[in-house]
Design a protein around this ligand. Sequence first.
Ligand SMILES: Cc1cc2nc3c(=O)[nH]c(=O)nc-3n(C[C@H](O)[C@H](O)[C@H](O)COP(=O)(O)O)c2cc1C
Length: 323
Amino acid sequence: MIPSPTQDFAGYLREVPLVVAPMADVTDTPFRRILRRFFPGLLFTEMISAEGILHGSEKTFRMVETVPEEEAPVGIQILGADPTRVAEAARLLIRYRPAVLDINMGCPVRKVLKNGSGAALLSDPKRAGEVVRAVRDTVDLPVTVKIRLGLDHDNAEDVIAALFCAGAVAVTVHGRTAVQLYRGPADRRRVLEIARAAPLPIVVSGDVRTEEDVREILSGGAAGALLARGILGRPWFAARALAAARGSAPPPRPSCTEVIEDHLDEVLRWSGEEGIRAFRRHLVEYVRFHPRARRLRHALVTAQSSREIRRILRDLSSSFEEE
Ligand SMILES: Cc1cc2nc3c(=O)[nH]c(=O)nc-3n(C[C@H](O)[C@H](O)[C@H](O)COP(=O)(O)O)c2cc1C
């Protein structure tokens, strides 16, 4: 039997060595519901600001609202700088019954760094450890951390040592520094080297787009691979990646237009016509590989209503299935 990530995170990763990344404005409730069709493993919410929780921001609470009723396991990622405040936010989040809590120490956005949160914590391993310890001491849930190689230079091993001592159960490492943002290829070789020497399970993040990527990461000494941009516009890749991880046959590809229509239904159920604007970023991704991508993209992002989007999708369905 597969252990739950809450009871035994390392044991869980041995059985399901893939995790769906937290992605701001992407891994929202409608997208998680679509992903669930393809992936039974651990998914993350968008990052949740500790200050948003502590200030009672309705918008922030809405991001986690459905977690208790979603088919487990769902993890919540917290963004914050101050150990006491992050721990207090964690305490308020446990009623949403997340499987695990993750601390964001990788966000490179300037405003976030200015507040001392996200990747800013990488420049102070002691403080990074204090944040983990404060959360561990406050809630009875496994704490994982997502880091980059460093803020402006690679100090990942020092950070990981501090996080391990503070009680983190696993660390995800994105193979770029924060100042690199998303430029250039992620340094997978370096992350695997770190994984092989680390005292706790390491999940590798960066450019995981093919089944071969998954196999390379898992055979290279990592405990898991993180699916992020590789599932944008193709959530079914999560099922293919899991099959690759388990050495089983790839599942059949679903109808792309059906997935988009179902995703649109979830968006409408969750936020009504108002959700269309945020849904556009998914639409652009879904049509990225379509032969008429440019024209379609324009039509879809200027569509003003779900009716208009459905009309474009109907015209499109035959050419999509031919792909
Ligand atoms: C749109 C977008 C939003 C993201 N939001 C978050 C986030 O909220 N928290 C986080 O830890 N990482 C976030 N990331 C980083 C990803 O989790 C991942 O580490 C990164 O994209 C590298 O993996 P990839 O090359 O496979 O996409 C985000 C990435 C993207 C593209």
